[in-house]
Design a protein around this ligand. Structure first.
Ligand code: 13P
Length: 369
């Protein structure tokens, strides 16, 4: 398929059947924390070599786009070929993390863990430059925390307004915006609180997008699935129950003009992220289909086993790349409800991918993606 030149063609290309997005746009701070956890140094060269694993792996059969952090948009592989060239050669469109991280809402929020996203002031010039550097799409992450009195109306409306403005600026610059209102997994909430928060957040986001006259056919939505919080103590819902609730909320809140819903993995294990995506697609087809593609834009769920292999032995590049392709293949199958139940993950099922530093609880870490 040709990625086309209009934003609506590009958006459709990114979410075409059997494909999803590799979210590899962790900020330098987040990436260095992940590397440090495995014993690797956080130098630019280590980050570059780690990214090369993915961008030069055989991922183009299942991956339609890769979101890059800005330092990587201009980086080269070890043969001096720009990463953007390696990606485009296998049909993977380069995208860019366009936001500048989170910061606490200065006043009026219900908790100091409530944040909004920085970067709007310089966004237009930045997007023009990213487009010149080869990016075809962008991502902006808002993070909303569930607790007894959050997300507050203020946090919801402020983040929705920023997402709406960001989307419009991207589209004006020829980039497809990925609109990411992430409901954080952190917390004790159950499925009901997760659904209620998601509905409030999604309704506000689409209202803001309409206020900005954003083209809903030229954007992609990147939500969290409806899952319980990481500290929920009740019974664990099945993939089927997650699929039912996720589809119910998406059908209620996401307009049919939007071509694709690209879920984030958000702290689920690699296996859960694949199993839940597969269940969502199986259920959608039992229900007669859905108006949008239901696929993935995963970070941790496409990378964690790869980093595990490579960090234990940096000479195992080929093995790490085979893992990158295998994780992409499993999720590509899940994105059309055809995952066979075999998962390539080398991580134990109890190994959590939760990262509480990702943006809400400590001031210095608010830079993190
Ligand atoms: P995870 O899949 O690791 O949640 O990352 C997706 C992402 O891009 C979050 O901003």
């Amino acid at each position: 398929m040709d990625p086309g030149s209009s934003i609506s063609q590009t958006a459709k290309y990114l979410c075409r059947a059997g494909y999803g997005i590799l979210a590899s746009d962790e900020s330098t701070a987040t990436m260095n924390k992940r590397l440090a956890k495995t014993g690797l140094d956080g130098s630019l060269e280590t980050r570059r070599a780690y990214r090369e694993l993915f961008y030069c792996a055989d991922i183009g059969k299942y991956i339609s786009g890769a979101i890059l952090f800005k330092e990587m948009l201009v980086q080269k592989d070890s043969t001096s070929q720009p990463f953007t060239t390696c990606l485009v050669a296998q049909g993977v469109l380069p995208g860019i993390k366009a936001d500048e991280g989170l910061e606490a809402i200065a006043s009026g929020a219900k908790s100091k863990e409530e944040t909004h996203t920085k970067g709007l002031d310089s966004l237009k010039e930045a997007c023009q430059e990213y487009r010149r550097q080869g990016a075809r799409f962008a991502k902006w992450r808002a993070a909303l925390k569930i607790s007894a009195d959050t997300p507050s109306e203020l946090a919801i409306s402020m983040n929705a307004a920023e997402l709406g403005k960001y989307a419009r600026i991207c589209q004006d610059c020829g980039l497809v915006p990925i609109v990411e209102p992430e409901i954080l997994i952190d917390g004790e909430h159950g499925m009901r609180e997760s659904s209620e928060a998601a509905e409030r957040v999604l309704v506000a986001c689409f209202q803001a997008l309409r206020e900005q006259a954003a083209d809903l056919g030229g954007m992609l939505l990147k939500p969290q699935m409806i899952i319980p919080g990481s500290e929920f103590t009740g019974p664990k819902p099945s993939s089927r129950a997650i699929a039912e609730e996720t589809l119910r909320v998406m059908r209620k809140c996401v307009p049919p003009e939007v071509p694709g819903i690209m879920f984030l993995s958000g702290g689920q294990t690699e296996v859960e992220a694949t199993a839940n995506l597969d269940a969502i697609n199986r259920l959608a087809s039992e229900q007669g289909g859905a108006p949008w593609a239901l696929t993935f834009s995963y970070g941790r769920a496409l990378q964690s086993s790869v980093l595990d292999i490579w960090s234990k032995d940096r000479s195992k590049v080929a093995e790490a790349q085979q893992m990158a392709a295998a994780l992409a293949a499993a999720n590509g199958a899940a994105s059309v409800g055809q995952w066979d139940g075999q998962h390539p993950s080398v991580l134990s099922s109890s190994q959590s991918l939760l990262e509480t530093f990702r943006g809400w609880n400590a001031q210095p870490a608010l830079q993190a993606q």
